[in-house]
Write a protein that binds this ligand. Sequence first.
Ligand code: NAD
Ligand code: MG
Length: 388
Amino acid sequence: MKRITILGATGSIGVNTLEIIADNPHDFTVYALTAHQNISLLYEQCLQFKPRYVVLASADLAQTLSEKLKQTESKTRVLYGESALIEVVTADEVDVVMAAIVGIAGLKPTYAAVEKGKTILLANKEALVTAGEIFMAAVKHHNAILLPVDSEHNAIFQCLPCANKYYDDKAVSRIILTASGGPFRDKLLTELQHITPDQACAHPNWKMGRKISVDSSTMMNKALEVIEAYWLFDVPYNKIEVLIHPQSIVHSMVEYHDGSFLAQMGSPDMKTPIAYAMYYPNRHKINVSKLNFVKKPLSFEALDGERFRVIPLVYEILKYKNYSATITLNAANEVLVNAFLAEKIQYLQIIKYIEHTLKMCHFDCPKTIDDVIRIDQDVRTFVRDLLK
Ligand code: NAD
Ligand code: MG
């Protein structure tokens, strides 16, 4: 029986994780669940999973949930704020942390779990994008176990040589990240002017949170994933390739020097990579739809770097080891995607303003997590001023 804390329990990854736990009640016990604001779902989760703690963003929200729970038999204690997030991942009772908060908001609690040498199931790619060098050094130093949940990275992890889950240039020649191309792959840029948030969030293959769905449509998600792979597998930037694969069946591949390609395939359902990470190194039977290769032929296309400019941009950043720019990229994207979702800017302005921000904002490489947070805040201020 493993004791788990789920950061971001009310999100798409959090809910999928809890569904696996519900089907396997003897394998996991829930120590803590956290959510930003979704009290009603967190309330339901409290009754079903009986966590020892839940954490919300503010005192007001915590008070409201606490009062609701008092009318039930629940013994769950309701906490709030960043220090509580850190408490519920670092507690001695916790074996495993699912890091599934969206955005840089997940960095501090996830990093705290690393410093405690926990086993971390990492969905929160923005933690690695913004703080990769510091984060991976801490993983090594504290002997934390980092298991990728992001489907591409989970696939690569499964396809790398067993003994060494890092890039090993004696055996491996390339890592190939697949990308569906999102909902607008076949549209001209000129057709994207009036795209609405709901259109951008309607991913053809995956059902995900709204921020990552918009990122998938702009290809920013793949740009973040190139950075994620770079840090996670310690792979040179020019050994990572992005390949368009519209069906999202091949989740990624590793090419070996002997000409072999190992690919991990499966239905586009996050339960598969989540369960792989939860049960690693074993395999566990879960409820996912089976693949039918006859019904769904596989195809691949080269990525159009002129159309999806953010991909070449990320390779430039990694080539020059300009790591503060990965924080700038992420912060600008978070603010701009939120502005787009709130219908304050148009779809095409997301990438346009990101490019402008990268041109205007320059910082030294961060040495600590506090440096990362400071750069993130400065960039957010810059972008918000831009939008005024
Ligand atoms: P989501 O928007 O559905 O859920 C986000 C969760 O984080 C919610 O529980 C929310 O309450 C919490 N949260 C949001 N802002 C917060 C804040 N400021 N402080 C504390 N908690 C906060 O997102 P998601 O789609 O589940 O994605 C979560 C992470 O997993 C992201 O980093 C995403 O890139 C990654 N990921 C998701 C998928 C997917 O299929 N959904 C796939 C791969 C990777
Ligand atoms: Mg992914």
